[in-house]
Ligand binder design. Structure first.
Ligand SMILES: [Zn+2]
Length: 435
């Protein structure tokens, strides 16, 4: 039977394959013995940098021998349990997170002159975004150490994801979003029963407030790019891409590697997470090379692109773009994102809001996937990469569409016309069609 929070209170989750946490900034390895048995340590005790979970890959390989892919009802991210930082019998959300479709996009590929193009539709997750992968793992972790209140700052998606997945677990969520967050995301939060604070400020203001609040009240902090376990959830997208690509391309091996993966970049946590996933597969011998990761940003929120193309130092940008999910002034997981781009031999591209809105429409009309602007930015950046010669005709490419378009219809409305208003007569239809 799964553990309830009270049963687990006071005892650290049994993380058999985890040897510690490595600081993304100063590279110090902190072993699990250095950490308290209760509560959570979010940052490097030496320099306050973000932490990366470090696994004993021999132990993971040992678990893999016992069966990586769980059959039966396990069709979500929990299939990859040997790679996850939770106990096998942990208390976890019953909703299906992950195993989202990887669609072959032949029509779009033909238009772009590519051999092989896929769209990973992560808007098919329970709360309609990639953030569910992170929330699922973080909630299992929080429940495991006996936390009953989880808080986070969010541009909208991380929060609605947390509230959605926490609801069936009976856990309380306290959310801080910028006052300007899209209505659909705010309503999602309230529907799921979260305590919601709309902060008079932007995402960065909300983020800093949550760090203070979580310390004051002892609440578990899910902040993206702060809690090291968000990355561990997001990495499952990489596992799925390789597994699904192998099937789609008719490979004999269970995992296949694309040449390039285009990933939206706001905080940088999705890039660093996806990279961690590919590295996990590589380190355990399940794949033999890494794909190039391409960071996809808006020009008004381009800190990671600027850092990657200059001195690797992440500095604040204006943080303004129509793609609200990637509108951040200071990427909280920027260091790890830049390291992932370098480590994969990739690049980072920033495009205009106009190009992003066109991509929302282009993606929908060629693939049937209606992504929010932060998901469609991947198509806009792919076009730019082709122009620059960074993606060739024979490359196999995956676009990670991180969120559903219905989350922000106001943005999509800017890119499409209005319906024709007509009288309910056949003549009116004919008149309109003649125009
Ligand atoms: Zn450090």
């Amino acid at each position: 039977m799964p553990h309830g929070p009270r049963e687990a209170a006071g005892g650290l989750l049994q993380l058999s394959a985890i040897v510690g946490f490595r600081c993304v900034r100063c590279d110090t390895l902190h072993t699990t013995k250095e950490f308290p048995k209760e509560g959570e340590i979010y940052n490097c005790p030496s320099c306050s940098g973000n932490l990366q979970v470090v696994y004993d890959y021999d132990a993971v390989k040992h678990s893999l021998k016992k069966g990586l892919m769980k059959g039966g009802p396990e069709i979500g991210i929990w299939r990859y349990m040997p790679f996850l930082p939770v106990e096998e019998n942990c208390r976890r959300s019953v909703l299906q997170v992950g195993c989202t479709p990887l669609y072959r996009a032949d029509e779009l590929a033909a238009r772009l002159g590519l051999r092989s193009l896929y769209v990973k539709d992560d808007g098919k997750n329970p709360s309609c975004s990639s953030k569910d992968r992170a929330s699922a793992v973080v909630l299992a972790r929080a429940a495991g150490i006996g936390s009953d209140t989880i808080c986070c700052a969010s541009t909208g998606n991380a929060a609605s994801s947390l509230a959605c997945l926490a609801a069936p677990l009976g856990l309380r969520t306290v959310i801080f979003v910028p006052k300007k967050a899209p209505q659909a995301k705010l309503v999602q939060l309230l529907v799921y029963g979260a305590t919601v604070f709309a902060v008079e400020g932007d995402y960065d203001d909300a983020f800093d407030l949550v760090v203070e609040v979580s310390k004051e009240f002892g609440w578990y902090n899910r902040n993206t790019g702060y809690n090291p376990f968000t990355r561990e959830g997001k990495k499952t997208a990489a596992f799925e891409i390789c597994e699904q690509l192998a099937v789609q391309e008719g490979e004999k091996t269970p995992f296949a590697v694309p040449d390039a993966v285009f990933v939206p970049a706001g905080d940088g946590n999705l890039i660093s997470g996806v990279f961690k996933g590919f590295c996990d597969l590589f380190e355990t011998g399940l794949i033999s090379r890494l794909p190039r990761l391409m960071g996809c940003q808006a020009q008004g929120s381009d800190s990671i692109t600027k850092a990657f193309r200059t001195d690797d130092v992440v500095r604040p940008s204006a943080g303004r773009t129509v793609a609200d999910s990637i509108a951040v002034r200071l990427p909280r997981d920027g260091d790890a994102a830049v390291a992932a781009l370098s480590g994969s031999g990739g690049d980072s591209i920033a495009v205009s809001d106009d190009a992003i809105l066109k991509a929302v429409v282009g993606l929908a009309r060629c693939t049937g996937v209606f992504a929010e602007p932060a998901g469609a930015v991947t198509l806009a950046c792919l076009k730019e990469a082709i122009k620059r010669g960074e993606v060739g005709k024979t490359d196999s490419v995956v676009l990670l569409a991180s969120g559903n378009g219905l989350k922000d219809v106001d943005a999509a409305k800017k890119a499409v016309g209005k319906p024709a208003i007509i009288e309910p007569t056949l003549d009116a239809v004919k008149r309109h069609l003649r125009r």
